[in-house]
Design a binder for this molecule. Structure first.
Ligand code: COA
Length: 165
């Protein structure tokens, strides 16, 4: 049986913390779907198409990655696609309470016995979040080394377009 996993998130934008999880998870499963949530609850900097485009470019060297998007309940999307596992990255103990709550709620909703698999984030990236990256970049700070090069270019482009408005 093929072992398929999904890594879901808003990826606004994708960071090196996400990339670390994607590279490691892709080695554990036959295929890894990166599922971008279409209707982000928080206001997003990038549109869905832009977030997907960035992910496509920065993961093109990973052969078993599939990029998709979904809206609504994650468990419905997981059940429709029959994934064996849902990947989550744990950055710090502060992530734990939210993650266990979400994993336990989802476990009730999964119909195919899908497991939530937690990967400990590489300590070099544990302080990164997409919001922090956007805040630092918007105030002129460097995010080099914290996001893929293509993400960095796209953030710069986006922020200069916003400034010109
Ligand atoms: N490295 C760096 N940053 C990471 C990271 C990692 N390994 N893992 C998560 N993050 C950061 C993200 O950058 C993001 O930062 P931000 O808040 O500053 O933007 C933050 O952690 C949250 O991640 P995000 O991907 O935006 O969303 P989420 O962790 O809240 O979960 C879904 C996303 C799609 C899984 C979740 O919202 C969901 O399931 N939505 C569907 C609705 C649903 O089913 N609800 C019921 C759930 S029980």
């Amino acid at each position: 049986m093929k072992r398929t996993a999904v890594y879901a998130g808003s990826f606004d934008p994708i960071t090196n913390g996400h990339m670390d999880i994607i590279r490691r998870a892709s080695k554990m499963f036959d295929s890894l779907t990166i599922a971008v949530i279409a209707n982000v609850s928080k206001k997003s900097l990038f549109t869905l198409d832009e977030r997907v485009d960035i992910i496509r470019r920065v993961t093109e060297d990973i052969p078993n990655v599939v990029i998709d998007n979904f809206s609504g309940l994650l468990a419905d999307y997981v059940n429709e696609n029959g994934f064996s596992a849902v990947i989550r990255g744990l950055r710090a103990t502060t992530d734990f309470e939210y993650e266990i709550q979400m994993a336990q709620m989802n476990a009730r909703l999964y119909t195919e016995g899908t497991e939530t698999v937690f990967l400990m984030t590489n300590p070099g990236y544990s302080f990164i979040s997409s919001s922090l990256i956007k805040e630092v970049a918007s105030l002129g700070g460097s995010v080099k080394g914290l996001v893929p090069r293509y993400t960095e270019i796209k953030i710069k482009e986006k922020l200069s377009m916003e400034e010109a408005k």
